[in-house]
Ligand binder design. Sequence first.
Ligand code: MV4
Length: 594
Amino acid sequence: MFEKVLVANRGEIAIRVMRTLKEMGIVSVGVYSEADRETPHVREADEAYLLGPAVPAESYLNVERLIEVAKQSGAEAVHPGYGFLAENAAFAEALAGADLVFVGPPASAIEAMGSKTRARELMAGAGVPIVPGTTEVVETVEEAAKEAAEIGYPIACKAAGGGGGKGFRVAASEDELADAFEGASREGEKFFSDPTVYIERYLEDPRHVEVQVLADSHGNVIHLGERDCSIQRRHQKLIEEAPAPHVDAGMRERIGKIATDAAAAVGYRSAGTVEGLQVGDDYYFLEMNTRVQVEHCVTEMVTGVDIVREQLRIAAGDELSIAQEDVDLRGHAIECRINAEAAHKRFAPAPGRIERYIEPAGPGVRVDSGLEAGSEVTPLYDPMVAKLITWDVDRERATARMLRALGEYVIEPLVTLIPFHQAILATEQWRRGETCRDLIEDRDWLKGLAPAPAEAGGAANGGAEEDGVAERTYSVEVDGRLHSVKVIGAATAPAPPNPGPATALRRPPRRDRGGAGGGAAATAGESLLAPLQGTVLKVAVEQGAAVEEGALICVIEAMKMENEITAHRAGKVTALEVSEGAGVASGDLIAKIE
Ligand code: MV4
């Protein structure tokens, strides 16, 4: 086994990997950007090295610098976590060239699965069921129309370089095919420098069911059962669970075999996930993710297998510690992604500084977080700041436990998805194990998640301030019984006479906090500013247009997330400084609304 491993990541996943390293007696080497000097993942590491400036290209994506640090520290292997360089075949090769072990699959497997048409062709050849459609690139709209007539409408047009939903357009009928085809192609070009497109039958309201696989270099390929990740928005998963509510033991065995066949067909090694669509009893391969995933934890909770530990064993050339017949599913696990986002404002990023932070705990609760009091959630990185996972004997009890744990979670004064999760888990749709797609797309339902004006800042995360109204909760004893009293006043109100540790940390005035503040970008008067650095995906208005407050102005893509930038006020768009495909920096002027 390795003695020292570098973790080429930040936040919760870096800590997750380091925890297993510690348990295995392996020294962990952490890395950080200038924005991350004082973050928990740096303290968790046994040693830590500065990579460079905050922008990912100069730090967490800087291959040369990572290799330099690995060499300098004496690490033998590099764990990439997820995101950043985790599915970058060139990175895996560069490490091998520097005599370092990549804790992940062979570069050839990353490449085979990276091209979605190549993957479909390989899978079809290996007897893995794929969604009916083409395995070859479709060159023109005319050719697409011919193929579509055979496959049958509705048709999904997908970018060959895509994955995770990027470059995915639907055509309900032939009339819509040209638009969908060209849209998918344009997005493929923009994001993957690959305009090629393939087409598939579009399945109505399928479930997203994925199978966790482990493959070692001794020929063992096993699966750890499935996860259902159907609750997603714009292809970002929000809630995941294991086992899947609509997969029984027979189907589990069948899709497990599909997944291990898929992995074997590309000579897979390491932990990986075969993603598929479930429609009734049918299951179709969608793509394979060649990394440890965000939601791996729910599988760990129901199997008792430490997936990161298996990744390290495999990378070191050891055999898997378990055989297929040792895999036993027990109980039910649910994961809620705790993103710093305002669900009621089209999931706008809501970065900011955390003043008070209390994690839930107790039986069956796991929190994988990269945060603490004093942490700054920056618009530069992933808005997912923590994962809350609960386990219990069945789905109903795991849900009750999740609601209990969500209620305990305090992340003040940030706006997070906690109220969204509480609302979803309380619905009849969730109870029945439905995909909840109608709810997630229902703007009115989502608006109901906005904190009530009298409790500005959010019911679950009291203490925030919005529109100049601050709220603080005090304890008052009346006749020997403790009451909790909310005091609502102006944001500029003096600090309470006896500030507890929580209030001792001073909150900067709203205007200086930067970031989106949960919706519109940091704004000043008529100017709407970019809350984060990224690429403009879409511009939704024209100069001169009259807009309502909250109207969509543009979509900025950053860190694989699409962020909707909305009007901070009603008025006329007198300047529009963004164009599709262009880059913007945090603080850049997007538009003037007068
Ligand atoms: C599909 C689909 C329907 N038909 N492909 C692709 C990426 C992943 N984020 C969801 N993807 C889908 N691919 C075909 N041929 C529908 C989806 C989809 C989806 C699937 C299951 C659960 C929720 C979903 C939400 C949006 C899109």
